[in-house]
Design a protein around this ligand. Structure first.
Ligand SMILES: [Zn+2]
Ligand SMILES: [Zn+2]
Length: 563
């Protein structure tokens, strides 16, 4: 694969500089103190990556991806900065669960991790990671996978690690306890969790018994929602009623990781003599992994699909965020052959809309609505057909009370979420809240101390390359707003040979402005005839930008060719 080769070349080039930075970082660390550093997950959603370092030993908790945003057009994923990966090679990696924001970086960074490094995770998480590695043609024996099957503990050099299974929106997620006996340090890392759910190894007593802790790293994603989260059983109950009562075809879209819900809907379909069909590879991959990890005992997705016209059918369609090319998006366009949405169909939107996807999801839902498909799941008076995987305010308070932390460090959220802990814990003033940032090394003692800020930015992944060029996106944003202005200039007579605008404004407006643009640019060229060649292009581009803005009202990227 191309990106691997490019990454290795870049690594070789950066080696010298890296070694220096690694040496500087390592020289700031004290062997008798526990250090923590985040490569993401604090201050912005996604790219969860936490490093704990003590006395020459390093553990990583999760190594996830970040996701594109509107101001990074063309970006597929971000992964943690290589400076951190290289300065803190892990003695073991612990993956708390199989969501992409927790495991997604591994295929891109595995070459920087020693072969045979122990990887602790649940059976389901290991099954998903192995599928990802296989997809990227990476040897599955590269890591030493150690399955964590129940609440237990293990040692990684000076670290004693406990795991506590917790309910979340994907099977077999766990929180992590980290202890260093020599310095009497005990911390708890919640990772993603909720309290209502059917995780069979969830045992609140064991979490309570682990407390009190010095530090609690706490999921903050659900902190803007009051009360307790809806139990998944209530969602299943509502889905059953809907399936029982709807006379026509039923389509349901949800997150691929919602294994429990997918399994329950298959049972409900069977109970009401409805034939089940599944469309979408991501859902099948997750179901297969759940089967391999014995989360599911039946491979219900392998049966023959219903006929497309069949009324007593339930179809599960992946791509609930309506990503380009997803089954859900194609379905709304009638391109999920041979399924076509029709008047009288029902769509159960059993998911939440991730804020950055609002436009695309609503676009797809509106297309279906225009065809006459009834949509359930988005109005607040609809029966609840989805519940989040993250603890809401009352759940968070309960969880915090179990662990009685001296200090709390919010994780898995942005700054606004973190600040809400001050409000929800205002009657619990003895808990000291600390808001940390990524790419910064802290020591965790009686207080959190900032040790060093690391000059690093996330690595950015596109189809065939990994890079760290933010400027690429400002170019792209500018191009998308104002297009490009191409000038071909005759060197001998200092005159425009050609002036062309692509994607800048309408053809009518351009036609009106063209004589004035040519006139001003030609007179500029004559004025600049004697400008020093070294600075000529830069000055010319600046002046042409000014002309473009004053005549066209747009500032396209200026590209100059001399002939
Ligand atoms: Zn998660
Ligand atoms: Zn997460």
């Amino acid at each position: 694969m191309n990106w691997k080769k490019q990454y290795e070349e870049k690594k070789a080039l950066d080696q010298l500089e890296e070694n220096n930075l690694t040496r500087i970082i390592r020289s700031t660390l004290s062997n008798d103190k526990l250090h923590v550093c985040f490569g993401g997950g604090v201050g912005a959603f996604g790219r969860n990556f936490t490093i704990f370092y003590y006395n020459g030993s390093t553990i990583w908790i999760d190594a996830g991806c970040g996701f594109p945003s509107y101001n990074l057009p063309g970006l597929l994923r971000t992964i943690p900065p290589k400076e951190l990966i290289e300065a803190f090679p892990p003695d073991a990696i612990i993956f708390t669960h199989a969501h992409e924001d927790h495991i997604g970086a591994l295929p891109y960074i595995y070459r920087f991790i020693d072969e045979d490094t122990p990887v602790y995770a649940s059976d389901f998480t290991i099954a998903i990671i192995k599928k990802r590695l296989r997809d990227c043609k990476i040897d599955l024996n590269y890591f030493q996978f150690i399955p964590v099957t129940k609440n237990s503990y293990f040692k990684v050099r000076d670290f004693t690690i406990n795991n506590f299974f917790v309910p979340h929106s994907i099977p077999q997620s766990f929180s992590v306890g980290v202890r260093i006996e020599e310095i009497n340090m005990k911390i708890f890392f919640s990772s993603d969790f909720k309290l209502q759910g059917n995780e069979k190894n969830f045992n609140e007593k064991e979490i309570q018994n682990y407390g009190p802790v010095k530090y609690l790293f706490c999921d903050s994603t659900g902190i803007l929602n009051s009360g307790k989260s809806t139990n998944e059983n209530k969602v299943i109950e509502n889905l059953e009623q809907i399936v029982q009562n709807w006379p026509g075809r039923i389509f349901m879209t949800t997150f691929a990781s919602q294994i429990e819900r997918l399994s329950e809907i298959s049972k409900i379909a069977k109970k009401y003599n409805r034939h089940l069909g599944i469309r979408g590879q991501s859902i099948i991959t997750h179901l297969e992994s759940a089967f391999e990890a014995r989360v599911l005992t039946e491979s219900f997705w392998n049966t023959r699909r219903p006929d497309p016209e069949q009324k007593n059918a339930v179809w599960i369609i992946s791509g609930c965020q309506a990503d380009e090319g997803s089954s859900f998006q194609r379905f709304s366009d009638g391109k999920l052959y041979p399924l076509k949405p029709e008047k009288g169909d029902l769509l159960i939107y059993s998911a939440s809309v991730i804020p950055s996807n609002t436009d695309t999801v609503f676009n797809v839902l509106n297309k279906l609505s225009r065809i006459g498909v009834k949509i359930i799941g988005l109005a607040d008076y609809d029966p609840k057909v989805h519940t989040s995987g993250h603890a809401r305010v009352e759940d968070l308070k309960q969880y915090i009370s179990w662990l009685c932390p001296e200090k709390l460090i919010p994780v898995h959220g942005d700054h606004m979420h973190f600040m809400k802990f001050y409000e929800i814990l205002e009657n619990n003033k003895e808990i000291d809240i600390n808001i940390l940032e990524d790419n910064c090394i802290y020591s965790l003692e009686n207080n959190v101390n900032e040790i060093m800020r690391i000059p690093a930015i996330p690595q950015m992944i596109e189809e065939k390359e990994i890079h760290t060029e933010y400027s690429l996106y400002s170019y792209r944003l500018n191009l998308s707003v104002s297009g490009i202005c191409n000038l071909i200039i005759r060197e001998d007579i200092k005159k425009l040979e050609q002036l062309q605008y692509i994607g800048t404004c309408s053809q009518e407006w351009l036609k009106k402005c063209m004589p004035e643009l040519s006139k001003q640019i030609n007179s500029l060229l004559l004025k600049m005839a004697n400008t020093n060649e070294n600075s000529r292009n830069r000055k010319l581009k600046q002046k042409i930008s000014k002309i473009n803005l004053s005549v066209l009202g747009k500032n396209p990227y200026v590209n100059v060719v001399w002939i």
